[in-house]
Write a protein that binds this ligand. Structure first.
Ligand SMILES: Nc1nc2c(ncn2[C@@H]2O[C@H](COP(=O)(O)OP(=O)(O)O)[C@@H](O)[C@H]2O)c(=O)[nH]1
Ligand SMILES: [Mg+2]
Ligand SMILES: [Zn+2]
Length: 287
């Protein structure tokens, strides 16, 4: 049989297949093959033992999960004011991992003092403006989640819980319970769990606001520009083939920023990420 791992705790995995949940262990050799099972893994199993992990489209390390299709990055227009660097970091890591970022602008009842909607609708990502408080446009999220494994990311206070409660009252009640259970348990525990809804899966995790470059395997900053979709039309036009798009002579990316074709805040984020990632360490070279 083929199923998807929706939960894993102490070597015991819940595998969902045709609407039924099976409690399974991993085949003895799986760990020896350095194949750790993740929530989100598609697996072959016999009802009790997971025999094989099917090829993954991606793995996110913290919180650990596999095969995420869509990352909904929730931004409040204000209260809290968006942190553009954190936001850009999430889009870049999603791009790097092969996860589709969708920008969700919440709190449309408030002002947009930073003009985030204008900046991010110009990049080519799907965007959606809504108001979780009144429910306006919230239903428009559903078709974007259809048939996908989804997760929500964003700073605390942007309205993720309000949004998820509104969309999936049945899931939210359970999520609340689980968070409480985890709090009572060891404080280091951070389990991911997938909830299935009609047509898709939602990861119950608060952790995606803290994605970092190195654990996600983004260590080669020479490729950073490729993870900015609005840079791509210009990347081949720099004077130097290995241009870092900083102070180099005749940089096409910088020229595009000056010509108003790339939002200045995105370029600033790029430069800051370039510094944050730093040069490749010797042990990363062979990757
Ligand atoms: N003004 C306004 N407040 C909202 C909206 N959506 C959520 N909130 C409020 O923002 C606060 C944080 O929401 P919450 O869902 O807990 O955010 P989370 O930390 O991302 O899960 C709560 O007080 C919500 O009532 C909205 O569309 N407009
Ligand atoms: Mg919350
Ligand atoms: Zn350049």
């Amino acid at each position: 049989m083929e199923g998807i791992v929706i939960r894993g705790l102490g070597g015991l995995y819940s595998v969902l297949c045709d609407g039924e949940v099976y409690s399974c262990r991993g085949r003895g050799g799986l760990k020896r093959d350095r194949n750790i099972l993740y929530v989100g893994d598609r697996v072959e199993f016999d009802g009790e033992v997971i025999e094989k992990i099917l090829p993954r489209r991606n793995v996110l390390p913290r919180p650990p999960m596999a095969n995420l299709d869509v990352l909904f990055i929730v931004v409040a227009l204000s209260d809290p004011l968006p942190n553009l660097y954190t936001l850009d970091k999430l889009t870049v890591i999603a791009e790097h991992c092969g996860v589709e970022p969708v920008l969700v602008f919440n709190k449309t009842d408030l002002e947009d003092p930073l003009g985030v909607r204008e900046i991010y609708s110009s990049l080519g990502y799907p965007t959606l403006s809504l108001c979780a408080k009144t429910g306006e446009n919230v239903e428009r999220l559903r078709p974007l989640m259809d048939g996908k494994v989804c997760a929500f990311a964003g700073l605390s206070g942007v309205g993720k819980s309000t949004l998820i409660n509104g969309l999936f009252p049945e899931i939210s009640r359970e999520t609340g319970d689980i968070s409480r259970k985890l709090q009572r348990g060891r404080h280091t525990t951070r389990a991911v769990e997938l909830f299935s809804f009609a047509g898709g899966f939602l990861a119950d995790t608060p952790g995606f606001s803290e994605l970092e470059f190195a654990p996600c395997g983004l260590v080669d900053r020479s490729r950073l520009g490729e993870y900015f979709p609005e840079f791509r039309p210009f990347l081949g036009d720099c004077f130097f083939r290995d241009c870092a798009h900083g102070k180099e002579k005749d940089c096409a990316v910088r020229a595009a920023v000056e010509a108003g074709k790339i939002p200045p805040s995105r370029y600033e984020s790029y430069l800051r990420m370039y510094e944050e990632i730093g040069p490749l360490r010797p042990w990363e070279l062979q990757k």
